[in-house]
Design a protein around this ligand. Structure first.
Ligand SMILES: Cc1cc2nc3c(=O)[nH]c(=O)nc-3n(C[C@H](O)[C@H](O)[C@H](O)COP(=O)(O)OP(=O)(O)OC[C@H]3O[C@@H](n4cnc5c(N)ncnc54)[C@H](O)[C@@H]3O)c2cc1C
Ligand code: FES
Length: 375
């Protein structure tokens, strides 16, 4: 680990940059850790929902580790800083707890698609689990600048794992805490209170970030309630830049077919109601026995199955899959009836997600402004 001052290796053009970043602060945040880094080129480009890939220097850690951008500062004394909040549980994240102020880390970012912002006036409900609330608070700042009402559900297993309780209160019209053991707020899960909070706050759009099982439960409930929902998923990543297809997520297209989208490039933000949750992580990509598998672009049905595998083992082994193929088209999952008002589901990639948010919650075009990277 070197201790020279940070600087970037790329210019000011659009897209992610690789940067050597000086660590400004490292501290505990309840059960988690926060790292604040001087990364001006990334801070200038970042939008809520995007992530950075951090090079770690622990033994047997070839791959960078992805972390949601929890906050960036573009003004004031801390201008040009990028924060990540992380849970230390494996070699890479444990190593990150040993980093000291003035150390220099190698980052790539901002990566992935941001949360699409509403195009019209709509109340927004942010649902976070564990450290997943961090990028939602960053999103809340953008929503508040648009003078939108923000309500928060912040859930975790225990009180210690509730992140940013004070920040949640500062940013939201109402905040509801849930813990599974009942040590803070309502005993239970975020989905136990979601319908009631969404109704009381008259929310018309839900954003969620947290463990994938939570995102699935939130998406399925929103589907029943007829609420649009954008979720930031986690999938194991190798390259982080769209090359290796380690990180695929099965997304139902408007034509009803399932295509594998890359969480690092097409995501990590997806329309939660478009994720084929049953097919995610299923060996063979969820292609049912006897179902035809067609591959768009170059590749084969075998490749489709390979691309459909979420390849977690490959990432765990620090090696990308060799024969993954993009955009495997699979049999559509059975349709689920909506309990509440019907809402069209359009989003399967970032542009479509903008369209959906526009159609369901939108108004004057904020999408163009968002693409230009303005807050
Ligand atoms: C888009 C995105 C955003 C994320 N944001 C955060 C965040 O804000 N805070 C946080 O604590 N964690 C976040 N994660 C998860 C974080 O990347 C993993 O916890 C971390 O890579 C684990 O590395 P490790 O060496 O400590 O653990 P190990 O489990 O030993 O990691 C081994 C391998 O598995 C991969 N891996 C393990 N768990 C995950 C996971 N949940 N998601 C993706 N890859 C994983 C690692 O990258 C590595 O390649 C995010 C993941 C993604 C994909
Ligand atoms: S990690 Fe997404 S394509 Fe390589």
């Amino acid at each position: 680990m070197s201790r020279r001052r940070g600087g970037t290796t790329a210019g000011r053009d659009e897209g992610p940059v690789q940067a050597t970043c000086e660590v400004i602060a490292r501290r505990r945040e309840g059960a988690y850790w926060l790292l604040s880094m001087a990364a001006r080129e990334i801070a200038e480009r970042a939008q809520p929902g995007q992530f950075v890939q951090v090079a770690v220097d622990a033994p047997h850690t070839l791959l960078r580790r992805p972390f949601s951008i929890a906050h960036v500062s573009r003004q004031g004394a801390s201008a040009g800083t990028v924060d990540v909040v992380f849970d230390a549980h494996g070699p890479g994240t444990e190593w990150m707890t040993t980093v000291e102020v003035h150390d220099v880390l190698d980052l790539i970012g901002p990566l992935g698609t941001p949360f699409p912002l509403p195009q019209r006036k709509v109340n927004c409900l942010l649902v976070g689990g564990g450290y997943g609330v961090a990028p939602l608070y960053y999103l809340a700042e953008s929503l508040l600048r648009r003078q939108l009402r923000v309500d928060v559900i912040n859930g975790a297993a225990t009180a210690e794992r509730i992140l940013g309780a004070i920040e949640a209160k500062r940013l939201s019209a109402s905040v509801t805490f849930t813990t599974e053991d009942g040590s803070y707020g309502t005993k239970g899960r975020v989905t136990d209170v979601l319908e009631q909070v969404a109704s009381a706050s008259r929310s018309g759009l839900v954003y969620a970030c947290g463990p994938n099982p939570m995102l699935r439960a939130v998406s399925e409930l929103c589907d029943e309630l007829g609420l649009p929902v954008q979720v930031a998923v986690e999938e194991r990543m190798a390259c982080g830049i769209g090359v290796c297809f380690t990180c695929v997520v099965p997304i139902v297209g408007r034509d009803g077919f399932v295509r594998n989208k890359r969480a690092c490039l097409d995501g990590p933000v997806f329309n939660g109601r478009r994720i084929a949750w049953d097919q995610w992580g299923v060996p063979g990509g969820g292609v049912r026995p006897g179902a035809e598998a067609e591959v768009v672009g170059s590749g084969s049905a075998r490749g489709a199955a390979a691309a459909g595998s979420t390849s977690g083992a490959a990432a765990a082994a620090e090696a990308p899959p060799a024969d993954a193929v993009p955009d495997a088209v699979q049999a559509p999952p059975p349709a689920r009836p909506a309990r509440g008002a019907s809402a069209p589901i359009d989003a399967e990639a970032d542009a479509d997600a903008d369209a959906e948010t526009d159609a369901e919650a939108g108004g004057p075009p904020a999408a163009e402004e968002q693409r230009r990277g303005r807050p």
